[in-house]
Design a protein around this ligand. Structure first.
Ligand code: SF4
Length: 310
């Protein structure tokens, strides 16, 4: 399914500029060496994505791309780009979409497994039953493929979730987390490494702010611990326009403090903006804490920090 090229696609030229800047800002270079994840929108729609992948591979061998794998034909440009990317030894990860599973995802996932020996699957779930069904799809798939270590891991997920749906169908997030315990996120053998990430779904209001609570656990406020406000940067999201946010906010969480612009600012300016913004985050998060305690959860603070960031 080829979509028109939109102006928000990152160009190879922009990627080259970003890569050069990243190499020159120590904090970004250190993070980038761990992994660069090309995501947001559907990166496989970008006609330059293969070239962009090569450019970022000059910083780190650990480049990956996230796709919905909602592809209708092997002849599609999106699929040929994904094939090229896997041939470059970059990892392609997917989000499972039950509505696209039978029609496209399953078939293309089979093809992917012939081209790469590693995979992370995101499972976004709206309820425990939904989660159970999605894990079931994956479990059947890997069982059919005869990949025993992945099937075993998914079997553990299935059993744990089945106990919850039977005994605590309306459980809260705390019971869920405790019950899932320290279940492994990875099943790793030299011939195939599999990772799974369970992500609760959220409603988003007309202004683009997500709800305080997730859909599967509507009774608890679902808070994000902000590492940057505590002085550490574990991850950096860089948008196509070069703006940076120090969490996995792919531009969706409406976090206002910016950590500089990779395309426009000098390394010195970036470092200065990072320092200032960290202080702004810390102050906003303190106010979020006060709001939570005084029953004003969800209220926007003037620092522009999402109200569920703590
Ligand atoms: S305040 Fe929230 S959205 Fe902003 S950087 Fe921290 S965790 Fe991310």
């Amino acid at each position: 399914m080829e979509h028109p090229v939109s102006e928000w696609h990152l160009t190879a030229e922009q990627a080259r500029n970003m890569a050069e800047k990243i190499k020159n800002v120590e904090v970004l270079n250190t993070l980038a060496k761990q992994e660069i994840n090309l995501t947001g929108g559907e990166a496989s729609q970008n006609p330059d994505i293969v070239e962009i992948c090569k450019i970022f591979q000059t910083i780190t061998p650990h480049v990956c791309l996230h796709t919905n794998l909602d592809i209708l034909s092997e002849k599609s440009k999106r699929w040929s780009r994904l094939v090229e990317i896997m041939k470059l030894n970059a990892r392609v990860d997917i989000t499972l979409y039950p509505t696209a599973w039978e029609s496209s995802q399953k078939l293309f996932l089979e093809k992917m497994l012939k081209l790469q020996n590693k995979l992370i699957v995101n499972v976004v779930y709206e309820s425990l039953l939904d989660l159970k069904n999605q894990i079931g799809l994956l479990q059947n798939f890997f069982q059919e493929k005869g990949i025993a270590h992945v099937t075993e891991l998914l079997q553990t997920y299935s059993e744990k979730i089945a106990t919850l749906t039977n005994e605590h169908p309306n459980c809260d997030d705390k019971i869920f987390t405790t019950h899932m315990g320290d279940i492994e996120a990875f099943a790793s053998k030299p011939d195939f490494i599999f990772g799974i990430s369970l992500l609760p779904a959220f409603n988003v209001d007309k202004n683009g702010y997500r709800g305080m609570t997730s859909l599967p656990f509507p009774r608890d406020k679902y808070l994000i611990g902000c590492p940057a406000a505590r002085g550490s940067i574990d991850i950096m999201t860089i948008q196509q326009n070069g703006e940076m946010t120090p969490c996995c906010d792919v531009g969706n969480l409406k976090c206002q403090p910016k950590f500089g612009n990779v395309l426009k600012d000098s390394p010195h300016e970036i470092m200065e903006r990072m320092e200032t913004s960290m202080k702004v985050l810390a102050s906003g998060i303190k106010k979020n804490h006060e709001n939570l305690k005084s029953g004003k959860a969800g209220m926007q603070v003037e620092e522009g920090i999402p109200p569920y960031c703590s």
